[in-house]
Design a protein around this ligand. Structure first.
Ligand code: ADP
Ligand code: MG
Length: 716
């Protein structure tokens, strides 16, 4: 083979010619461009008559349907704004159950009675769209002929403009439901879960004597990790192209062991990419705050300022969409897969979560005000109760084929759900547990809560436990197990539901305590004291990566769900609380389980096909050429024999894989096939991967045609 025919060499040469891509519009002051592409509520307020605006605003807050006349007036104003911004089309923008967002564009075009073309957006077009639902995952609920679903405008998330090279489109954030009202998307359950936790929080607050709060919403900040590789490398590796991860390769003289990448200075091409993304995101109103290098080579992170959960979810979808688009422009490919490279860290999406009132108070903020501190403690015990009861559901919410490679590996949260509180807070809860038993200390305990302990809780932040999947970090929880490729909607839905469920229990307990006493603080302490023994088993402040923890967790009876099939196997029998809290219907959950398992299986089958292809068309041919060359020169006998044996073994394993692949494709039951893939096909992938790596290390460089780890990770 001629060196210049080698696609890998060509890719390296191409990468070496790349320069940081300059932006046409250099960033101005952030505040000058922030939200320029968004139709915010303040902008609407200026554009709409006040009665119409109030109608719209109230329906957005309360979730009530808009009046027809209001809708007509609003549609007119939205259209005019869209046109003034240069949009020619509009689309309902929604989140089907694919973790991606979806859109179907329509022109602002209609005809008047004289058949003259006119620009128009009718109220019904604004409120309702009708994509053909049959090609979105539905869990087998609808056959094609009845596959009608529709999108409905969700006025709680603002309308915005997406720019493409040759035009702009007005995007209307929407939910996606079937004609009989079943959720077909990820947003409908999320909105239900927001309402559910709002209801439960208001109940708890009113028991605590708070009658001022009208409105509560989860606040969310999703830290997005990702890898960047050059597009030339990406395009010459079909595993990256089709599966988002490398199925072979792995040896690089250097990985992340020197710990020199984390927070290191950002390479100019990457910086140019980040700057352009931030510019675009600012214009879309996404409050991008932090950018930095992550632990692994070629790994990075963006973190936003937190927002209300529904908007945070839409914004995270926009972050991923804009990143894909801009990466392409910069000659880069962005990898959201949780484990694109073996042997180095994977990516997650830490979900920071708290609850905020309409007065802007953070309910998870320990303060120095005694009254608020009882409230804080009730919120905390609700979280503990929720996770103690439904931790397995949290684990299931982050179970995907790709995140399975990360969870439970040595650098990521384990698949076992536990909560880390920090020492001060844990001590405080321990003291409170003794409250009922030990009458003498009641007064001191109250004093401690009211004056001493709580401000110290915040100081725990500095030595927080980095290995915990669900950690209290001073004034919020950080759910670290979410996958970097996931939409946050589903994990967030489950998290809201889990905590709402815990809160429901806590409120009922508090209610009955309040029958015995008028003193709210005593009732709170008695409630916590009673619940502590029920939740103690989910508290863990040790090393979550250690083997001892696995054994310990088993003893404590915590669900240990190692992969997606076992998670959903557990979930089937333990998801009823979601129906009880009206987050999902039974049918929706059946469909959800089906969709998730089917996605798992399809993804692994695609990986299987891809691996077979790579081994047959790249690895084995290179190995054969190497063996040929060696035969002629007759050198390194022992090593040559080893290489030829490895090739033989690889050929056998590929045959085995092909057979298994055919078999799995024929299994109909989605649960059976996913289990077989997990227990038989994934280990076979590992074995093939390792054989291929041995060949890679024993084949001369110019014969190897797939970009190597060391190149993808280090050449930019
Ligand atoms: P780190 O976890 O890296 O130390 P920070 O604690 O500053 O960083 O915040 C991480 C993320 O948590 C950010 O996206 C931030 O906006 C978010 N966050 C901070 N406060 C809250 C809150 N009250 N509710 C939800 N998210 C929050
Ligand atoms: Mg963090």
């Amino acid at each position: 083979m001629q060196i210049q025919e080698n696609p890998r060499v060509r890719a390296v040469e191409k990468v070496l010619t790349r320069k940081p891509l300059l932006m046409e519009n250099r960033p101005k002051n952030i505040t000058d461009i922030f939200e320029e592409l968004v139709l915010t509520y303040p902008k609407l307020k200026k554009l709409l008559p006040s009665n119409i605006y109030n109608d719209l605003y109230n329906s957005a807050v309360s979730g009530k349907t808009l009046q027809r006349s209001t809708a007509e007036a609003v549609a007119e104003v939205i259209k005019d704004w869209g046109i003034s911004m240069g949009a020619t089309h509009f689309t309902h923008w929604f989140q089907p159950q694919t973790d991606l967002s979806a859109e179907k564009h329509d022109a602002f075009l209609s005809f008047d009675e004289n058949k003259n073309p006119i620009i128009r957006l009718s109220a019904s077009q604004l409120i309702q769209g009708e994509p053909d639902a049959s090609s979105f995952p539905s869990g087998g609920r609808r056959s094609t002929f009845e596959a009608r679903g529709y999108t409905a405008w969700d006025p709680t998330s603002p309308i915005f403009i997406i720019e493409n090279p040759n035009g702009r489109t007005l995007c209307i954030p929407s939910i996606f439901i079937s004609y009989n009202g079943e959720a077909l998307d990820l947003k409908t359950p999320l909105i239900r879960s927001n309402l559910c936790i709002q209801k439960e929080t208001l109940r708890l607050l009113s028991l605590l004597g708070d009658t001022n709060t009208d409105y509560v919403n989860p606040t969310v900040g999703a830290e997005q990790e990702y890898f960047l590789v050059d597009k030339s490398f990406y395009n010459s590796r079909e595993d990256l192209l089709f599966c988002g991860r490398t199925l072979v390769g792995g040896w690089s003289p250097k990985g992340q062991e020197l710990e020199d990448h984390y927070f290191g200075s950002i390479q100019p091409r990457v910086m140019a990419f980040m700057q352009e993304i931030e510019y675009e995101l600012f214009r879309l109103g996404v409050p991008c705050k932090t950018r930095h290098n992550e632990v692994a080579p070629a790994q990075y992170e963006f973190a936003p300022i937190f927002e209300e959960s529904n908007i945070a979810s839409d914004h995270n979808q926009l972050v991923m969409e804009i990143m894909r688009k801009i990466a392409d422009k910069h000659g880069l490919a962005v990898l959201f897969h949780e484990k694109p490279f073996s042997k180095i860290n994977g990516s997650g999406k830490h979900l920071n979560w708290s609850l905020s009132t309409d007065k802007g108070e953070n309910l998870l903020e320990p303060t120095e005000h005694p009254k608020d501190n009882y409230r804080f403690l009730m919120m905390m015990i609700s979280v503990l109760k929720g996770v103690a009861e439904h931790g397995g559901a949290l684990r299931t919410a982050v179970a995907t084929h790709s995140n399975d490679h990360r969870l439970g590996a040595n650098e990521a949260p384990p698949a076992i759900m536990s909560v880390f509180l920090g020492k001060n807070l844990q001590d405080l809860f321990d003291d409170i547990q003794k409250y009922s038993e030990d009458n003498s200390s009641k007064k001191e305990l109250k004093m401690a809560i009211e004056i001493q302990h709580l401000p110290r809780v915040r100081m725990d932040e500095s030595d927080r436990n980095r290995t915990s999947p669900f950690a209290f970090t001073g004034n919020k929880f950080e759910f670290r197990s979410v996958g970097s490729a996931q939409s946050i909607s589903y994990p967030l839905t489950i998290l809201n539901a889990v905590i709402a469920s815990g809160m429901n229990y806590v409120s009922s307990e508090l209610e009955s305590q309040l029958k015995n006493t008028n003193d709210v603080s005593s009732a709170v302490l008695a409630t916590i004291s009673k619940i502590m023994p029920q939740v103690r088993h989910v508290l863990f402040d040790g090393n979550n990566y250690s083997n001892e923890w696995k054994l310990e967790a088993e003893k404590r009876g915590l669900p240990i769900l190692k992969d997606t099939p076992s998670s959903y196997g557990w979930f089937v029998d333990n998801c009823k609380f979601l129906i009880d809290r009206s987050i999902y219907t039974k049918d929706e959950l059946d469909a959800k389980i089906h969709i998730m398992l089917e996605r798992y299986s399809k993804a692994i089958l695609i990986e299987g096909s891809c691996l077979i292809d790579i081994i047959k068309t790249f690895i084995i041919p290179s190995a054969e050429e190497e063996l040929c060359l060696r035969e002629r020169k007759d050198v390194r006998k022992k090593n040559t024999k080893m290489l030829s044996n490895t090739v033989g073994e690889l050929v056998d394993k590929i045959e085995e894989l092909e057979l298994l692949h055919r078999k799995c494709k024929q299994i109909e039951d989605c649960f059976c096939v996913s289990q077989k893939l997990s227990t038989e096909m994934l280990p076979l992938f590992e074995c093939i991967h390792s054989l291929s790596n041995t060949i890679e290390q024993n084949t001369r460089d110019h014969l190897w045609r797939l970009p190597k780890y060391r190149e993808m990770l280090f050449i930019r």
